[in-house]
Design a binder for this molecule. Structure first.
Ligand code: AMP
Length: 280
């Protein structure tokens, strides 16, 4: 497995693999089975698989966990080696953002909703770094998790709007046996909290059942909020039932017909921010 720390090192490798189908998985490290499932999809579809590990400061607000975000590089590299990844790109911040860096890539619509409303600047950081990484890696395919469904939708739009010649592939959310979606931030939770936090997925599943039983969006939301609020360790950031293309909230009096919707939520579980979703 080749490890590249600089853009020029990576470009050297890329130039000698110019005709290969490159599959690419951008990550922030602290790798778990969710990340590794994206690697497995890439290995299945592509000649060569590239993973980047880069904790992107630009997508963290000053009051978020950039400094204490889990960094487990040695274990990450072992996992990637075991999964037969071809190249790992692990640039320093200064390699990606020069001191006079002054251009951002901003999505203006989808990025204002849900995660974007709660975390101003977050998607600007994501679309900017992903654009830069796409230009560096020049992949044929890029793999993103449905766990971060809004991010996946925005990256698909980024590729369309900026004419990247890249196929974006969405991969299903990998979960613990309890149903809790795997996340690097789960490391902040105790074992008991991890068990209790599975209530987030249970709540989304309840939402799916209610909507399928013809309950209105408004009544469904009330029941889901009340289920979450029963647990004193939980503070709801948002709970959404939205159109899966526009991310517009469905009106309270709507009953589901054939449209594709996303039920999503962000909660603070003992101050650890968790997100999850179900696509119906
Ligand atoms: P991150 O390192 O959190 O930036 O995530 C890197 C990629 O892994 C993103 O495309 C995520 O959506 C994806 N990912 C994270 N957790 C999971 C999961 N539990 N299942 C599937 N994909 C995931």
């Amino acid at each position: 497995m080749k490890i590249c720390k600089t853009i020029s090192e990576f470009k050297n490798w890329r130039n000698s693999n110019i005709h290969e189908n490159i599959g690419y998985i951008p990550t922030m490290g602290a790798l778990h089975k969710g990340h590794l499932s994206l690697v497995a999809s890439s290995k299945l579809h592509c000649d060569k698989t590239v993973v980047s590990i880069f904790v992107n400061e630009l997508q963290f607000s000053p009051d978020e966990d950039f400094e204490k975000y889990p960094r487990t590089l040695e274990q990450d590299l072992k996992k990637l080696e075991n999964h037969k990844v071809d190249v790992v790109f692990i640039p320093e911040t200064s390699e990606i953002y020069k001191s006079d860096f002054s251009i951002l890539i901003n999505e203006l619509d989808l990025s204002q909703k849900l995660e974007g409303a709660s975390r101003p600047g977050f998607f600007s950081g994501v679309t900017t770094v992903v654009s830069k990484l796409f230009n560096i890696i020049e992949p044929s395919y890029a793999f993103f998790g449905e766990k971060d469904i809004q991010q996946l939708i925005i990256i698909k739009k980024l590729v369309l709007d900026l004419n990247f010649n890249i196929q974006v592939v969405g991969c299903e959310t990998i979960r613990e046996a309890s149903g809790l979606a795997m996340s690097s931030r789960n490391q902040y939770l105790s074992d008991q909290d991890k068990k209790d936090a599975s209530i987030l997925y249970e709540t989304l599943q309840l939402g799916q059942n209610l909507l399928k039983k013809n309950e209105t969006v408004g009544e469904t939301k009330l029941q889901l909020k009340s289920k979450l609020q029963n647990n004193k360790k939980i503070k709801i950031d948002y709970l959404s039932i939205a159109n899966s293309t526009t991310l517009e909230e469905l009106r309270d009096n709507v009953k589901l017909k054939n449209e594709k919707v996303i039920i999503s939520a962000a909660i603070f579980f003992n101050d650890v921010r968790l997100i999850d979703n179900i696509i119906i």
